[in-house]
Write a protein that binds this ligand. Structure first.
Ligand code: HEM
Length: 437
């Protein structure tokens, strides 16, 4: 019989393992990947962990062997407490059933109905930015994407209520990556739990209102959703899924849009080409899905942002069945982390991976198509991000309006270094001077 070894690597200190380096060292994965290759062990966030990198590893985890892994057992305790009993943390049949109920609100005809609102909210922000002249992209794009999420997912119009909810979500997000969570009123984690309770209170009220008077938002669609057997989501489930969709629906999009604005400012030739494509479309009505699909260069630019600055650096899983990969054995009970960021940086897949180069996705090069599971910013397989189409459409709408009418210049004396926690962002948030063309 073949003898399999434990993956290379170190489990670090007793109890703490390598959690501190994991959170603080930006090169944590690089160093270990250089030393050990596509599978190695460590000990982070309280559990022995196997890290897997590369397109083969991603295909193994996300598709061919996905029944060996559990989402619920994978994500740290903070995620379970703060994000609740939502799709993100479900497994097996329960997950399949709920996902089927949620999908229609995020795809097809529902999506086409969201375009007008996305455009209108973006227009309001463009006007506001034009008046303000100088601001910080990260902060402003977060407000914009949250207003869009609030109106389209909940039916709450931009205003005081959505601003309060946005602050509550920021406090909740800060609690997700605390290593030793202590629920006390003055700790980051305690504040995150208090914010979650206030969010739940608000959503309970909104769900009640939408149950009485459904509108055109995703929540109203979820309230009315029924599967083939007539099952629907209970009020408690609706609230839990709404927390998740609001959370997942704006932090990630904010991150990608912020990096898009940085890279366009850093690469005038890319900006110019993307602008020319938009200017050719300036007199066509883009408010339908077909027209939004006719922006191939902008799509290449967005793929390159997803590759180089993926908002989610990787995904956790709990190992529920022993498995072997590349000659190494991993027992059930361990935690697994598949790395999106590191996979996107592999020179075997992407030439000069550190370089921002949208041309790698042009029809001739298509570097991401040489191996499946090479571009995995939205995950992959049957549990690929449920909001991918929503997010891609929103980013295209915001980007196309920015490109058609505006320019911005990054102000000096600030750091644009990548900070990955709680979500991927440039350190000082990108202060800019902004004006019409
Ligand atoms: C640029 C924007 C986005 C990025 C990069 C992104 C990324 C991801 C990734 C990587 C996963 C899989 C994680 C894993 O494998 O462990 C995921 C799952 C998910 N995302 Fe997104 N996401 C984005 C936008 C959105 C939006 C707009 C929504 C909803 C409105 C959303 C809702 C979800 C949900 C519910 C899941 C769990 C799906 C399931 O388990 O079936 N995401 N996302």
């Amino acid at each position: 019989m073949k003898q399999y070894k434990s993956p290379p690597g170190s489990l670090g200190l007793p109890i703490l393992g390598e959690s501190i380096e994991f959170v603080l060292d930006a090169d944590f994965f690089d160093k270990r990947y250089q030393k050990y290759g596509p599978i190695f062990k460590t000990h982070v966030l309280g559990k022995p962990t196997v890290v897997m990198v590369g397109s083969e590893a991603a295909e193994f985890v996300l598709s061919s062997h996905m029944d060996h892994f559990s989402w619920r057992e994978g994500w740290p305790k903070n995620f379970k407490v703060l994000l609740g009993e939502s799709l993100f943390l479900m497994d097996g049949e329960e997950h399949r059933q709920k996902r089927r109920l949620i999908m229609p609100a995020m795809h097809g005809p529902a999506l086409a109905n969201y375009i007008g609102t996305m455009e209108a909210i973006t227009q309001d922000y463009l006007q506001k930015w034009e008046e303000e002249k100088e601001f910080t992209w990260l902060k402003e794009l977060k407000k914009l994407t949250f207003d869009i999420a609030c109106e389209l997912l909940l039916g709450t119009k931009p205003g005081v209520e959505s601003a309060r909810l946005s602050d509550l979500f920021t406090t909740l997000t800060n609690g997700l990556f605390i290593i030793n969570p202590l629920n006390l009123p003055f700790t980051t984690y305690g504040k995150a739990i208090a914010a979650r309770n206030q969010i739940l209170e608000h959503l309970t009220q909104v769900v009640r209102e939408r149950q009485k008077n459904p509108t055109k938002d995703a929540l109203s669609l979820l309230i009315q959703a029924r599967d083939e057997e007539g099952n629907s989501l209970s009020a408690k489930e609706l609230i839990a899924q709404a927390v998740l969709l609001l959370f997942a629906g704006h932090e990630t999009t904010t991150s990608m849009l912020t990096w898009l604005c940085v890279e366009l400012a850093r690469h005038p030739e890319v900006l110019q080409q993307a602008r020319e494509e938009q200017q050719k479309l300036a007199h066509t009505d883009t408010s339908n899905l077909e027209k939004l699909g006719q922006m191939p260069y902008l799509e290449q630019v967005l793929l390159e942002i997803e590759r180089l600055h993926p908002p989610v650096g990787g995904g956790f899983r709990g190992v529920i069945k022993d498995f072997e990969f590349n000659g190494f054995h991993v027992p059930a009970g361990w935690q697994l982390l598949y790395s999106i960021l590191k996979t996107h940086g592999l020179p075997e897949i992407y030439s000069e991976p550190k370089r921002f180069d949208p041309e790698r996705f042009n029809p001739q090069r298509q570097e991401h198509r040489k191996h499946s599971f090479s571009l995995i910013g939205f995950g992959g397989g049957s549990r690929i991000c449920v909001g991918m189409a929503f997010a891609k459409m929103e980013m295209k709408i915001v980007a196309s309006q920015l490109l058609r009418g505006y320019q911005w210049e990054i102000l000096p004396n600030q750091s644009l270094d990548t900070v990955r926690i709680p979500t991927n962002h440039p350190k000082d948030g990108v202060r800019v001077r902004f004006q019409p063309l």
